[in-house]
Write a protein that binds this ligand. Structure first.
Ligand SMILES: NC(=O)c1ccc[n+]([C@@H]2O[C@H](COP(=O)([O-])OP(=O)(O)OC[C@H]3O[C@@H](n4cnc5c(N)ncnc54)[C@H](OP(=O)(O)O)[C@@H]3O)[C@@H](O)[C@H]2O)c1
Length: 323
């Protein structure tokens, strides 16, 4: 693919689809060609918002002429739409948590590889300006290998939110825990042990979960919750210092590096465009370079993250339908 504009079709018309549209408007060489949601009214509204066509059905959307599908439905339908998009020859950028479990992800990844298409989980934090600035800071002035990660967030989720539903693959682990698992995997490698305690809602999803994970390079303590307030910062500790990623760390703007010799380095990089623009820019660059996997949000990282989520849910007895 040359320098042509990357054109997206969007599945889902909720809050995140709209934020994606806001992000795309900040990406040079990207546009939304068509959108589809099962609600005709919100489909038309989103289409008008991003000056795109409103498709009549998922099949109609996938049959249209554009490069990539962005999947912004709830996690129980990511598998279905990812497979349909890949079968229709479209590249896929899929919201987090990327699938319900690693079995679904394995199937989707092998389909993407077979069809020679790019597939990437839309995991936004590693693309934010302060996150990349932090990586540069630690490469130039290291704190040593990170051996401990602590990250968590709990907040009172309204009772009518889909996160309270088992049938849409809800729960705090899937909703917000996925970011914390990403941070642990990204800095410590794959998890070998996941020990989880917590409690379930009456509907059978995790309302609170505390996860202690052992990884190739160290240990993490992670939590997610839907019925308590908390700040939402994160900590990365190495032998020569530690980093605080300030709240809300998964939309990071500020980080503080504390060195063992007493130096403190403050990083502050406000994000623009709602923040989805950075991952979208990366995805478009991959397409233009003919890549079929991100070197930042790799398939292996998505798999290792889902593995943590699968193990944590299994320990609490949260069971979804499907594969
Ligand atoms: N990257 C981020 O910052 C971020 C933040 C929050 C959430 N997320 C992720 O983004 C995704 C969407 O979240 P959201 O907050 O936008 O949710 P939302 O506001 O509830 O919107 C969900 C959209 O998906 C549609 N939908 C749900 N199930 C569907 C199905 N089976 N088939 C077709 N359409 C379906 C809904 O249609 P109806 O309106 O007809 O129900 C709605 O248009 C989730 O995977 C979530 O985990 C990402």
């Amino acid at each position: 693919m040359s320098k042509h504009t990357v054109r997206f079709g969007v599945v889902g018309t909720g809050a995140v689809a709209r934020r994606f549209a806001q992000g795309v408007a900040h990406v040079a060489g990207a546009e939304i060609a068509a959108v589809w949601g099962r609600n005709v009214k919100t489909t038309r509204e989103l289409a008008a918002f991003c000056e795109a066509e409103a498709a009549l059905s998922a099949e109609d959307l996938f049959a249209r002429d554009f490069d990539a599908v962005y999947i912004a439905t709830l996690p129980d339908s990511h598998f279905e739409y990812a497979r349909s998009a890949l079968r229709a020859g479209k590249h896929v950028l899929c919201e987090k948590p990327v699938m319900r479990n690693v079995r679904e992800l394995d199937e989707v990844l092998s389909l993407a590889r077979r069809n020679g298409l790019l597939f990437m989980e839309a995991m936004k934090p590693p693309f934010f300006p302060v996150y990349t600035k932090l990586q540069k800071q630690l490469a130039e002035d290291p704190i040593g290998r990170v051996r401990f990660v602590r990250a968590g967030y709990a907040f009172p989720v309204p009772p009518d939110h889909p996160s309270w539903r088992l049938d849409t693959a809800g729960g705090g682990i899937m909703g917000i825990g996925v970011y914390h698992a990403f941070l642990a995997v990204a800095w410590l490698g794959p998890a070998s042990t996941v020990t989880t305690t917590g409690r379930l809602s009456a509907g059978g999803v995790d309302s609170f979960a505390a996860m202690q994970t052992e990884h190739a390079e160290g240990t993490a303590q992670l939590f997610s919750g839907m019925d308590l307030p908390s700040p939402g910062d994160a900590l990365l500790c190495g032998p020569e210092g530690y980093v605080t990623l300030h709240e809300k760390w998964w939309n990071p703007e500020r980080a503080t590096v504390h060195y063992a010799d007493g130096r403190v380095v403050e990083l502050h990089e406000p994000f623009v465009g709602g923040g989805f623009n950075y991952e979208t820019e990366h995805f478009c660059a991959l397409l233009r370079e003919g890549k079929r996997e991100s070197d930042v949000m790799t398939h292996q990282i998505s798999w290792d993250v889902l593995h943590v989520l699968d193990r944590a849910r299994s320990a609490l007895g949260v069971r979804f339908e499907g594969k």
